[in-house]
Structures are given as C-alpha cells and as structure tokens.
Ligand binder design. Structure first.
Ligand SMILES: NC(=O)c1ccc[n+]([C@@H]2O[C@H](COP(=O)([O-])OP(=O)(O)OC[C@H]3O[C@@H](n4cnc5c(N)ncnc54)[C@H](OP(=O)(O)O)[C@@H]3O)[C@@H](O)[C@H]2O)c1
Length: 287
C-alpha cells in the first residue's frame, strides 16, 4: 500500500483527514513545521517529516517514496507559490495522484472576484499541466468556521450579525470534506474535473436565528451590518475574508450539489445536526 503525504495535516481539516486515513490503516506521512504539536496530535500513528513549503530540500525529503498526496495550505499571499512548489516536488518524485483542497467554487469562478480563489485557480491550472493524475475539491463554506463562530456568539448573548440576513449559504461540514478527500485519495480513479462540495441545503442567517431561538427556547436577535470594508492595504487573509463576506452577501454561496451523496452513498451532514452537536459540546464545556 503506497504511502500518503498530507500537507496542512495539523490544521482544521488536515487533522480530520489524517485521523480517517490512520483509522483505515493507511501509511501516512505528514509535513509540518511543528513536530511536537504533530506528535501530540497523532502520537506514533504517522511519520512526521519536518519541513516547510518554501524549503525544497525538506519537500523532496518529505515526498520521497510517496504514492499519493493530499495538498492543503492556508490562505496566504504564498498559497499559489507554495502549492505549486509541492506539486513540482511531487512530479519529480513520481507521485501518482494529487488531491487538492481548493477554494469554494464561487471564489474561483468567475475569475477576478477573490484573491484567494484566483490563487487556488492558478494551482488547479498548474496541476492540469502536470502528468500526475489530480483532482481539486472545491468545498463551500465550512460549518466549523463561520457557523461555529455564530453559535458561540449567540451563546454569550450576542445577536447574529449579517450583511444580508437573507443571503443563503450551502454550508458543508468539514468532516464531509475529509470523507470525500479520503475517498478520492483511495479510489481506483478520479474524475479530473473539480468537485464542488456542499451540504444538503441552503440556510440564511435569518433561518439560523429562528433555528437557534427554537432550540435555545429564547429569542435570538439578528442585526444587519454593512459588509466589512475592503482594505487594499490589509494583509492577504483579511482582504480574502472581506471578499468572501461580500460574495456571500451577494448570494454567491447559495448553492448545493449532490457530489457528497453520490461519492459517499449517504447524504452530507446538515446544519441542524451540526448546531445540535455544537450546542451539546459548548454545554459540556460550560458545565
Ligand atoms: N474555511 C472555509 O470555509 C474554506 C472553504 C473552502 C476552502 N478552504 C481552504 O482550506 C484551506 C485551509 O484549511 P484549514 O483551515 O484546515 O487550514 P489551517 O487550519 O489554517 O492549517 C494550516 C496548515 O498548513 C500548514 N502550514 C502553514 N504554513 C506552512 C508552511 N510554510 N509549510 C508547511 N506547512 C504549513 C500548517 O502546518 P504546521 O503549522 O504544523 O507547519 C497547518 O497544518 C485553505 O486553502 C482554504 O482556501 C477553506
């Protein structure tokens, strides 16, 4: 069974992915700048390659003997350069498949609306030019990021604030993204065209407020606020996040696909069950 290298393994999605691969007895190596943190997270279940994207020597060492690669890096000015460097190292080393965690489809298509989406698009384009089999996963907004934050805010008594209370989002649970990524790493073949991943339905901030009011048995306020300012001199991540906010407020994230269900043979996790789980977790932490 060929070894799988996971980049971004210590991050939010990477951890979920690695746990799944390990549970399936797949040989996993991870690339990290923080070996102690990685050891605490994964014990001795994975090989740890200490290195970083900008250091080709460490990339070559990490990728030696690897058959498949899960390519993930954080949103940053260096996203395209870093991911292309990893892909090139993989090409040289004879890696047979790359599964890339890309940006949400609405940040990539049409081009020019998101600096983060454009960076992911450049990587996708580069992958298509290599002779390695590859597939890019374009997940919609993750429940574990903005939705989890909304729930925490409501629990401390704050209102839900949204630039457009009626702009829906087809949120996806990060565990479903991990399930699809693992599926694509282990599948016999991959399609080669980007896979647009979403949850099962579209929810608006107004609906989330109603849902939370019902579960918490108290009114949850909803306030409309102007979209975050697009500050041209802010750092890359802040500018990217401000762009996401504007695109979401314009309704661009309001989409669903059946890709998760058709690949995994079960429906994706819903916002309702995510909210119930999060409330139970927060209650356990508080009490
Ligand atoms: N959140 C969303 O709604 C959403 C939607 C669509 C797509 N995405 C995509 O998901 C990705 C972010 O995933 P995430 O939130 O799971 O990431 P994350 O939690 O921010 O984790 C970042 C990971 O990257 C590694 N890393 C950072 N700089 C590195 C470097 N120079 N060399 C080697 N490793 C480095 C870190 O490893 P160490 O610190 O251990 O070295 C860490 O494991 C982005 O590409 C984003 O566009 C997110």
């Amino acid at each position: 069974m060929s070894r799988i290298l996971v980049t971004g393994a210590t991050g939010r999605l990477g951890q979920l992915l690695v746990e799944q691969l390990v549970a399936r007895n797949r040989p996993v190596r991870i690339l990290t700048r923080r070996p102690e943190t990685a050891r605490k997270l994964f014990g001795t279940t994975v090989q740890i390659a200490v290195g970083e994207f900008a250091d080709r020597y460490s990339l070559d060492a990490a990728i030696r003997g690897v058959g498949r690669l899960l390519l993930l890096s954080p949103i940053s000015e260096r996203l395209a350069a870093d991911q292309i460097a990893v892909a090139n190292a993989a090409d040289t080393a004879g890696v047979r498949r790359i599964v890339k965690i890309s940006g949400s489809d609405w940040t990539i298509d049409p081009p020019g609306v998101s600096i983060s989406g454009d960076a992911h698009a450049a990587v996708e384009q580069h992958l298509r030019r290599l002779s390695i089999e590859s597939v890019s996963l374009r997940p919609n907004a993750w429940m574990q990021v903005s939705l989890a934050n909304t729930i925490r805010q409501v629990l401390v008594g704050n209102p839900i604030s949204a630039a457009n209370p009626d702009a829906g989002v087809g949120y996806i649970d990060a565990r479903d993204i991990a399930d699809v990524a693992v599926h694509q790493l282990l599948a016999e073949t991959v399609s080669g065209t980007p896979l647009i991943l979403t949850g099962p339905g579209i929810v608006t901030p107004r609906q989330i407020a109603v849902l939370l009011s019902t579960i918490l048995k108290r009114p949850v306020a909803l306030v409309e606020r102007p979209p975050s300012a697009l500050t041209p001199d802010g750092d890359f991540e802040h500018r990217a996040v401000a762009e996401f906010g504007r695109l979401i407020a314009a309704g661009r994230a309001a989409l669903t696909t059946d890709v998760v269900a058709s690949l995994l043979g079960r429906p994706p996790r819903s916002v309702g069950s995510f909210i119930s789980e999060q409330l139970a977790i927060e209650a356990a932490l508080a009490g």
